[in-house]
Ligand binder design. Structure first.
Ligand SMILES: *Cc1c(COP(=O)(O)O)cnc(C)c1O
Length: 509
């Protein structure tokens, strides 16, 4: 039992339970106080494969799961569905580096986590079943419910939905229901979701923005009576595939470690030499994974937190005040259109030395007033490790254009936020910089074409072909296949109908 809530150390869970539940019962996020107590031995990782590095990292973060189980999960998650055996290739870009996180089956960085999360879930159900014969008396708040199935509920700003659908489609003992904001994701993203195959999947467009959807889904999770009803009537337990789940966070730590190991291996960096990571950010999940990697020993000088026009994190790092009471902008980087960066709570927990009372207070303020202010000392502490910036849509275009002009390298609008900041901030003396690239440009071909001053065809699918002609970069298989796919899920529901949609999906599981 190593995980507990950021808001209460008493609510304890094993790794598998934390993964299955997603969110702690008090609304807090699962954290472990073991983080940072041991570091990796990087010498032993040199020349190891992505999968082998993943095993070392995951067995530190989930040390109560058998290595053989982790190994099987890793092998299933990082195989032929990736278009390169490197999984997350590290490429040079002038004096800097780019870590390409988009070579998975949906061409978004979320595949890194969402290819393995269903494996964790399935393994946790199996572990639970093998425990059942003697579990009854020993665990009073027993997790065991005969024939229990897991339904994943996800609110998505675009990429998570598809990556989760792809990961969970037809997975044993699970179902998945995805809500996305109608007309607020790219046409390609929408098609990726509405054409999803699989007997256990549901996709709904909702009338509202991403935050509305996420808030409504969170409310479903904490509605105890509703959850009991689902369990009693259908043996269904709700769980989350959003980036608050430790089962998503942990696999993302791997690529930071991988980066450092590859750079050591190629002589691009000396042992212990510090790196700066530039991270396009929404829910703070991607940056937080880097923070965990640092706790495992990856030397990090700084994280540059890159936002789009929804620059709530930029203001937070500069002022110490988190304020979600602000206009919500729909941008050309929709996966970062977020006003509540849930994963921030984990970083604040650790940086406040595990102050659960403070976390409860802050998150209560956020819930009640839409804003919170962290103590001055905590603000000073986090400012040492994190800097922040943002790019508006024009600057995103400028960055895409610049990367192509200068480096003949095509980036997507999310990566472009980071690229813009990298381009406009001075390199710290002697510190190598790594930009995390979070999506294939082919997921946003219209915006990219416009940035390259190429006339974009009417249809988004044709935009992919044009982009291919212009750049010579081939279209990822999964996206090319959308041209002949059939849309299964159409129509839009209101925010208020989310609960009923969940109940009906559970009934039909
Ligand atoms: C989800 C996403 C992000 C933001 O990641 P967080 O973990 O939410 O910070 C950035 N870029 C793309 C393409 C994404 O899909």
């Amino acid at each position: 039992m190593k995980f507990h809530s950021t808001r209460n150390t008493q609510l304890r869970s094993s790794s598998f339970d934390a993964i299955r539940h997603g969110l702690a019962s008090d609304g807090g996020l699962f954290v472990s106080d073991d983080l940072g107590t041991t570091t990796l031995s990087f010498d032993d990782l040199i020349s190891k494969s992505y999968q082998d590095i993943a095993l070392e990292v995951l067995s530190r973060l989930f040390d109560d799961i058998d290595r053989s189980v982790l190994r099987a999960c890793i092998d299933a998650a990082y195989g032929e569905q990736w278009d390169t055996s490197e999984i997350t290739p590290l490429v040079e870009l002038g004096d800097d580096f780019v870590l390409e996180l988009f070579h998975g089956p949906t061409s978004a960085f979320k595949d890194v986590a969402l290819q393995i999360l269903p494996q964790f879930m399935a393994s946790s159900v199996k572990a639970q079943e093998s425990r059942r014969p003697h579990a009854d008396s020993e665990s009073s708040n027993s997790e065991s419910n005969a024939g229990e199935r897991i339904m994943i509920l996800t609110a998505t700003s675009g990429d998570t939905g598809k990556a989760a659908l792809e990961g969970f489609a037809d997975a044993a003992n699970t179902g998945i229901t995805v809500f996305y904001p109608a007309n607020k994701v790219s046409k390609i993203q929408q098609l990726q979701m509405t054409c999803q195959q699989g007997s256990n999947v549901q996709v709904h467009a909702i009338d509202g923005n991403f935050d509305d959807a996420q808030t409504a889904v969170k409310q479903v999770f904490v509605d105890q009576a509703f959850n009991e009803e689902l369990m009693a009537n259908y043996h269904v337990r709700l769980s989350s595939a959003n980036s608050i789940n430790v089962g998503r966070l942990a696999p993302q730590v791997v690529y930071y470690v991988y980066t450092y190991v590859r750079m050591l291996e190629r002589g691009q960096i000396a042992q212990g030499e510090q790196l700066e990571f530039i991270v396009p950010t929404g829910n703070f999940g991607n940056v937080l994974a880097g923070y965990y990697a640092r706790a495992l020993g990856v030397p990090v000088a700084q994280f540059l937190v890159a936002s789009n026009r929804n620059n709530v994190l930029f203001d937070f790092f500069n002022t110490g005040v988190y304020n979600r009471q602000r206009p919500f902008y729909q941008t050309t980087s929709p996966s970062m259109d977020i006003l509540v960066s849930s994963n921030l709570e984990r970083m604040l927990y650790y940086e406040s030395q595990g102050d659960t009372r403070l976390m409860s207070m802050l998150m209560n303020d956020l819930q009640q007033w839409g804003t919170y202010e962290i103590p001055e000392e905590l603000h000073r502490t986090i400012r040492r490790l994190f800097s922040a910036g943002w790019a508006d849509d024009d600057q995103i275009q400028e960055a895409i254009n610049h990367a192509w002009r200068e480096h003949h390298y095509c980036i997507d609008p999310h990566t472009a936020c980071g690229y813009f900041l990298m381009q406009h901030t001075a390199r710290h003396e002697g510190v190598k910089r790594v930009l995390l690239s979070t999506a294939s440009p082919y997921k946003f071909p219209r915006v990219v074409l416009q940035a390259l001053d190429v006339e974009a065809p009417e249809n988004d699918l044709d935009c992919m072909s044009t982009l291919c002609e212009v750049t010579g970069v081939s279209i990822p298989r999964n996206l090319a296949a959308l041209c002949d796919a059939h849309e299964r899920f159409t129509g839009t529901i209101s925010i208020d109908a989310i609960r009923d949609a969940v109940a009906s999906a559970a009934q039909n599981m």
